[in-house]
Design a protein. Structure first.
Ligand code: NAI
Length: 346
């Protein structure tokens, strides 16, 4: 029954882990190791029940296979989720127990931080396993906070979208509406300001949006308005910002390009954007800068210039996807999914 469940996609393995001493309940889904060890962060989240945790692990691990394959990384896709419960606080002992589970998989799964986990948490997990990345770094080494690299990937990916859709090769006067000014959105806003873009900015932390707007010369807008403001580009960089039938019908832009994960609420929403003539940069392709940096750290391969070169390739990769979508009449997300599945042999 589970093998036929909607979110099962011939995952190679799904591991369920319990540790009575610490209360750890975790699921690690290994979607594909065809291109290398299954890499993907670990999420700490309050799930309604076990089934919801399993569903999240299955979906997210498939997404990681696609993302890593499209980023040209020698890694497969996997994901860990730890059930956040009052009875099981995130103690060092619990994180170490999770590290033991990861170690027990012998390198088939490589973990890192995701929602609810910090780089400090990774150092605790690293006491028990070396199959962990996203550890704090110093002195210009690769690795550490992936946000700035993700922002750089979104910047060059957005440039590909602007070239394809608007026939422009720079950002001078291009109007970008940014939703979310955190680690990624904030760094992206700064890059776009330097490049001469016109910025409209929103964050649920309104003071933060006003601060960025004052510093970078943009306009701050209420969160409820940002996905409706007339602009050239809408850039979702917040959490839980789904593009569904209602938000898509309210968009007044030519392009959607941002870092937020799982931007399309359903697979139909990619086609909905295309039907409205809006060019969508598939989220897992444009937001791969961070994982490129994290994998370089894990493999101990490459330096900062090498990571920069790999992140720069996101621009050409998206240009290929846009061109193929134009040729085939398919939506950009469908083109990206097909390319990713070819790469992982599915
Ligand atoms: P963050 O937590 O640093 O920033 C998120 C920002 O969005 C915060 O300033 C928050 O106040 C704001 N926000 C939350 N809900 C909002 C809403 N409804 N409207 C407007 N603003 C809202 O997160 P980070 O790291 O910048 O990530 C942003 C998105 O990009 C997330 O969806 C994340 O999953 C995705 N992503 C991040 C990567 C990274 O390297 N940090 C890598 C790939 C994807």
């Amino acid at each position: 029954m589970i093998f036929d469940a909607g979110d099962c996609d011939a995952h190679e393995a799904v591991h369920f882990a319990h540790d009575a001493a610490t209360g750890l309940s975790a699921v690690i889904a290994v979607h594909s190791t065809r291109l290398g060890p299954a890499a993907g962060g670990c999420r700490w989240w309050a799930y309604a029940d076990d089934r919801a945790a399993l569903t999240d692990a299955l979906r997210l691990s498939r997404g990681m296979s696609y993302k890593n394959a499209m980023a040209g990384l020698p890694m497969g896709g996997g994901k860990g989720v730890i059930m956040k419960r009052a009875a099981a606080p995130k103690t060092d002992a619990l994180l170490e127990a999770f590290g033991d589970v990861v170690e027990g998989l012998g390198g088939r799964y490589v973990t890192a931080e995701d929602v609810g986990m910090s780089d400090h948490d990774m150092t605790v997990i690293a006491r028990r396993t070396r199959h962990v990345a996203g550890l704090p770094v110093s002195g210009g080494a690769v690795g550490g906070n992936p946000g700035p690299w993700t922002a750089q990937g979104v910047f060059v990916g957005m440039r590909a979208a602007v070239a394809h859709k608007l026939g422009r090769h720079d950002f001078k006067g291009v109007h970008v509406a940014i939703q979310g000014l955190g680690s990624v959105g904030g760094a992206l806003a700064e890059k776009l300001a330097v490049a001469g873009a016109k910025l409209t900015l929103a964050d649920i932390d309104e003071a933060r949006a006003r601060g960025f707007a004052a510093r970078l010369g943009g306009r701050a807008l209420a969160v409820a308005e940002i996905a409706r403001v007339p602009a050239d580009v809408f850039s979702p960089n917040a959490l839980g910002a789904g593009l569904d039938a209602a938000t898509i019908s309210g968009l007044d832009v030519a392009i959607v390009a941002g870092a937020a994960n799982n931007q399309l609420a359903t697979p139909d929403d990619g086609a909905r954007l295309a039907a409205r003539g809006i060019l969508y940069a598939p989220d897992y392709v444009i937001n791969a800068g961070g994982i490129i940096n994290v994998v370089a750290e894990y493999l101990g391969r490459g330096d900062v210039p090498a990571v920069a070169r790999a992140v720069a390739l996101i621009e050409a990769r998206l240009a290929d996807i846009f061109a193929e979508a134009h040729r085939s009449g398919l939506s950009t997300d469908a083109v990206a999914d097909a390319m990713a599945r070819r790469l992982i042999g599915r």
